[in-house]
Design a protein around this ligand. Structure first.
Ligand SMILES: Nc1nc(=O)c2c([nH]1)NC[C@@H]1CN(c3ccc(C(=O)N[C@@H](CCC(=O)O)C(=O)O)cc3)CN21
Ligand SMILES: CC(C)C(=O)C(=O)O
Ligand SMILES: [Mg+2]
Length: 275
């Protein structure tokens, strides 16, 4: 079944949990889509897990479009969400609408996601007016890493938690159809989820959100630079890939690979003429 923004709205009404994972390429998008996920996020985390940067700040519109195109070719049933990269929307409402449009038109995403609360609501409103659905993103918003002084849990004291709730309500009011809650206390996320009529998608925000999202390399155990506390490793693919790569190197070195079955034959008559 094709997932749309309507699927997301109805899931909250029916208390049915929403599922999302990130993806950055065609083959992985196809695998995740076939598993029956609701949404695929082409996250700007691609800067860290695919491009090797230490934060998400250097990711460009060109990077995002390039990877969103690949994912949209692989995913048939999931809602495709593309992250708006750092400085593609903060600068002005005009930039926000133009760049959201590029992710839809060139990348073939169906929805864009951007980080921030009250301060980005004018951008959310204008993008929504252009008929582009917007997903919000609050809490540990990685594009504010320099303001936060690291990837640190947000919304822990009374003032910060109150601001988070107000920001969530403002994002909903400006027309967002859903919001990601990242790196905040579970009880605060539960409160936000209860107060909003749009679904909350949590990552490091506890079990009471309307849905969950993880970076796929984290849940498969194939990203080793760091592991946030909120990650559950459903596989240890990093170890298994390492073992397979070593096995290949050994077999080529020992002449075990390629064996006859992996080669192509030529007719004896042809061969005789060559000799
Ligand atoms: N691979 C990956 N997974 C992610 O979830 C992710 C990215 N990359 N890149 C973009 C952001 C950055 N994120 C991060 C990165 C680190 C922590 C982390 O190490 N957090 C500490 C908590 C620090 C505190 O005490 O406040 C932790 O122990 O989980 C959390 C989220 C989430 N996003
Ligand atoms: C972690 C998720 C929510 C994200 O924004 C990303 O992957 O870029
Ligand atoms: Mg992101």
């Amino acid at each position: 079944m094709k997932n749309t923004v309507i699927t997301f709205k109805e899931a909250k009404e029916r208390s049915k949990k929403l599922t999302m994972l990130t993806s950055y390429d065609y083959s992985t998008a196809k695998l995740i889509d076939n598993a029956g996920i609701n949404g695929i996020l082409v996250g700007d985390s691609l800067g860290m897990v695919c491009l090797g940067y230490e934060d998400t700040l250097s990711v460009t519109m060109e990077d995002m479009i390039h990877h969103t195109k690949a994912v949209s070719r692989g995913a048939k049933n999931s809602l495709i969400v593309a992250d708006m990269p750092f400085m593609s929307y903060q600068t002005s409402v005009y930039d926000a609408v133009v760049n959201a449009g590029r992710l839809i038109k060139e990348g073939r995403a169906q929805v864009v996601k951007l980080e921030g609360g009250a301060e980005v609501c004018d951008k959310i409103e204008s993008i929504v007016k252009a008929s582009i659905p917007v997903m919000g993103h609050l809490g540990l918003t990685p594009q504010s890493v320099n303001e936060f002084g690291g990837f640190k849990v947000q919304g822990r004291d009374e003032e910060a938690a109150k601001k988070l709730i107000e920001d969530a309500l403002a994002v909903e009011k400006s027309g967002a159809f859903a919001v990601v809650l990242e790196g905040i206390p579970s009880k605060v996320a539960a409160l936000v989820t209860e107060k909003l009529s749009i679904p909350t998608i949590g990552i490091g925000a506890g079990a009471d959100c309307d849905g969950q999202i993880l970076v796929y390399q984290d849940m498969l155990g194939m990203f080793s630079d760091f592991t946030p506390k909120f990650v559950k490793k459903y596989e240890n693919l990093g170890e298994r890939m390492n073992a397979a790569f070593k096995n290949y190197i050994d077999e080529v070195g020992n002449g075990i690979f390629p064996s006859e079955e992996h080669g192509f034959r030529v007719e004896e008559a042809v061969l005789a003429k060559l000799y």
